[in-house]
Design a protein around this ligand. Sequence first.
Ligand code: AMP
Length: 191
Amino acid sequence: MLNVVIFGPPGSGKGTQGQKIAEKYELEHVSTGELCRKAIHTNTHEGVIAKSYIDKGELVPDETIIDMLDSFLEKLPVGKGIIFDGYPRTVGQAAALTEIMKEHGTKVSVMLNLEVEREELLNRLAKRGETSGRSDDNSGTIQKRLEVYDERTLPVIDFYKKKRLYKAVQGVGDIEEIFDRACTILDKIKK
Ligand code: AMP
C-alpha cells in the first residue's frame, strides 16, 4: 500500500500536488488544514480551538490535530493508500503518525519534500491571499507561519531522513513539471 507524506513550507504547493497525486495513485487525500477549516465552518469545539491558532499563524496543538486526524481516518475505507497533506508539522505528530499507521497495519512509504525558496513562497502566498479568502493569507500571518515552519516543522525532515523515507522534489516550475518529478519517485516506490 502506498502512503505518502507531502511536505513543504506554506505556499510550496502541497495542496495542488497532493490532489494530483491522490487522483493518479487512487489515494485518500487528507489535509489537516482542510479538516480545521471544515471544523471552523461547522463551529465544532475543535473548530473553535483551531481558529484561535490559525488566525495568528500558529500551529494548532498536536492533541487537537491528532484527534481530528484519528476520527477522520477511522471513517476511511480499509486497504486504500493515503496522502497526508500538511501533516505532520511537528516531530510529535510524526511520531504519532508512525503509531497510527501501525494500528492500521501499515506505514508511511515516503515523504516528498517540495523545495521552494523563501522569496518565491512570499510571492505565491501574497498572490493566493488576493483570491483564497483564507484568514491566514495576509502578510503578518504569512511571516509568522514561515517562522513557525522553520522552528517547529523543519525538524520533521530529519525524522524521515533517519527512517530513510525522505525524498526532495524541486517545487519550482510549472505544476505538471513538478508533478512529473513526484511521479518519477512514486513510480519507483510502487514497483
Ligand atoms: P494548511 O491549509 O495546511 O496551510 O493549514 C492552515 C493552518 O492550519 C496552519 O497554518 C495551522 O495553523 C493549521 N494546521 C494545519 N495542519 C496542521 C498540523 N498538522 N498541525 C498544526 N496545525 C495545523
